[in-house]
Design a protein around this ligand. Sequence first.
Ligand code: HEM
Length: 294
Amino acid sequence: MESIDRIKAHYSFTAGDEKNLVSLKPVMEKYRDNFVVEFYHYVKNFEDAHKFLKDEATVKRHQDALKVWFIKLFNGDYGPRYLSELEKVGMAHVKINLHAHYVNAAFHFVKQYVHGVLIKEITNVDERVYMERSFEKILDINLDVFTSSFIEEEKKFFLSQKFESYLIQFANRFSHGLNIILVLGLVLLGVMVMGLFGYDLIHILDSGDLEKGLLSTLGSLLMLWVVIELMDTEIKHLKGGKFAIKVFISVALVAMIRKILVTSLKTGEVEAQLSLIAGVAVLGVIYWLIAKVD
Ligand code: HEM
């Protein structure tokens, strides 16, 4: 961890900068509430913002915390306590898995916002440039500390960072390989089900039992549908789509429906059929619930 003095030295942050920032405090206090309003207008455009700022209570806490953070930029007290407060904020963002890019973009907004305020409030160009330079330094220091929190989190390892990164890379490739084998297996299965479908069709003609023949052909068609569904899901998954649990429920549903078709041909299996129908009803409800959540 860097010390605040070293960080300040790397940004050439001087006592003059500290004085400039303190002199800006009364001006910035006027803009404190407006800053948060504008900040939220800006952040609202980030696609996933609602996932992090997920309810009113979180938004309220964040807005209050932002006001405090904004004013502290102009407090003039940039010692070790200030650094540890910034580290805490950085860690708060890391903990919720906030994209580092969002924080950078938000800082860009802060820079633009304060630039606008300074143009409005300070007419003397030289003075304004001087003030702006001091402000940019403290803002960059803040961003530096926030970014370090993300880097610190990435640096976590158990034995060796290099070994773990190789291991993760290997596991990634291996899992991709397994997925490819799965696709090949599904292709093979599809071919076999098509064979079964052909066999069932021929069987209708041979046996002359139209009802039995049609039902088993329908059964093999359902199996073909399942294979197509599974293959489709797997391809989407390989292309980076999210894991679709729904497809497993639909596979179980189809398997049960096929079983009902088969048992319907046999007399005296009412109990088995009733339990299958109950199973289909339960799976149907689960399928519906998952589809609704999706
Ligand atoms: C200039 C950029 C930002 C600053 C200065 C900032 C400041 C803060 C502060 C001071 C806290 C309180 C930390 C604590 O509990 O100690 C916080 C937490 C948080 N920030 Fe930010 N933030 C920034 C950007 C963002 C962005 C872009 C998002 C989301 C899109 C975000 C979402 C959150 C959330 C969800 C929390 C936790 C709130 C809670 O549950 O209490 N922040 N932030």
